[in-house]
Ligand binder design. Structure first.
Ligand SMILES: NC(=O)c1ccc[n+]([C@@H]2O[C@H](COP(=O)([O-])OP(=O)(O)OC[C@H]3O[C@@H](n4cnc5c(N)ncnc54)[C@H](O)[C@@H]3O)[C@@H](O)[C@H]2O)c1
Length: 329
């Protein structure tokens, strides 16, 4: 009997919280959340030497953050350092670091702690994509994808999270991907590693909540394809639903999500619907993967919807929710 009462109490509390947070999120749609001030925060960006990492560095430089830039590519990283300085960054520290190498991460992390201080915002952004069909991926590239896209996050978090926990202040940012929530053909190693990164970040988020370190925030980012060159040749048949995103736009959205301490960021917003459909439709797992048709990496190809029940369902849902998508990229 007492077990039943416990279950009823737990369920009631959970439902109450769900309702509360649902109403709270609705309220934030009307009244924008106050943004946190990151001036003086020590922001470490991995993979800062190009693409999204570079754009993030420029944004945080403008906001007065102290920047620690990591990349395996020294030349690209130095260029980002100059751009960050041109954009108002007064304290910018570039380091050459291969995130996939545990010893190197710990060594450079020690150097950062001595030379700059404790990192308070950690952005795990470095990534690689092989872009081959499963049987064509060399074994060492499968391992490399996991090391760079997922396992490196374990090492960077091990290095910088203790200080955040001690101060109960900090922010962990995981750059996953649409491929981290939907399997994608031609990207099995990339997708699996991005699922791993997502799972790690989400688990850590729950762990931090359980130990009441609620001022160590988490943001998990899942963008659709971005025009950084990582997925060169990718085009979208229905850009109004799934556009190839501009890197400046994605960086702006990520910075905004960090400032508003948003836990999940999917881009474009249509991805939220795809996720609901993926679990709703019996055969949707493979179909949702083909929406993003990423064989483009080896053979340029359009991102397209299949002419299936899924396609019709998407169009129906999109029509119903179309006001919600106005201006949503
Ligand atoms: N481009 C897209 O379409 C897309 C979509 C969704 C998510 N993402 C993710 O966004 C992140 C940024 O990608 P991007 O599009 O800017 O690509 P990019 O290739 O321009 O940037 C990746 C950076 O990571 C660096 N890097 C690679 N291996 C490294 C290592 N071992 N150690 C340190 N640095 C390393 C590279 O030198 C490069 O500067 C990646 O995690 C990527 O998976 C990209």
């Amino acid at each position: 009997m007492s077990i039943n009462m416990d279950v009823i109490t737990d369920i009631s509390v959970a439902l109450g919280k769900i309702l509360y947070y649902f109403l709270e999120s609705l309220l934030y749609k009307i009244i924008p959340k106050t943004k946190k001030n990151v001036a003086g925060e020590i922001v470490l960006i991995t993979g800062a030497g190009s693409g999204l990492g570079r754009q993030l560095a420029i944004h945080f430089a403008r906001l007065g953050a102290i920047l620690v830039l990591w990349d395996i590519n020294q030349e690209g990283n130095t260029e980002t350092c100059s751009l960050a300085k041109e954009n108002g960054g007064e304290k910018v520290f570039p380091y050459t670091c291969d995130c996939s190498n545990r010893q190197e991460v710990y060594r450079v992390a020690d150097q950062v702690r001595k030379e700059v201080g404790d990192v308070t915002i950690l952005i795990n952004n470095a990534g690689i994509a092989t872009g081959k069909f499963f049987l064509d991926i060399p074994d060492h590239m499968v391992e490399k994808s996991f090391l760079v896209n997922a396992i490196s996050h374990f090492w960077t978090c091990k290095a910088f999270l203790p200080a955040m926990i001690k101060a109960n202040h900090g922010h962990l940012v995981c750059i996953s991907s649409i491929a981290g929530v939907c399997g994608i053909n031609g990207l099995s190693d990339y997708s699996a590693s991005k699922f791993a990164a997502f799972g790690f970040a989400e688990s850590l988020f729950f762990e931090l909540t359980m130990v009441k370190k609620t001022e160590v925030k988490t943001t998990i980012v899942c963008p659709h394809f971005i025009n950084t060159g990582m997925f060169e040749g990718c085009t979208s048949k229905y850009p109004f639903l799934l556009p190839i995103l501009e890197q400046e736009y994605v960086a702006k959205k990520i910075v905004n999500a960090i400032l508003e301490e948003q836990v999940y960021l999917m881009m474009p917003k249509f991805l939220y619907i795809i996720l609901i459909l993926k679990h709703d439709l019996p055969t949707s797992a493979s179909q949702s993967a083909e929406i993003t048709g990423v064989s483009h990496y080896t053979q340029p190809q359009e991102i397209c919807f299949l002419n299936t029940k899924f396609n019709r369902y998407c169009v129906l849902v999109f029509s119903v929710f179309s006001p919600f998508f106005k201006g949503a990229k």
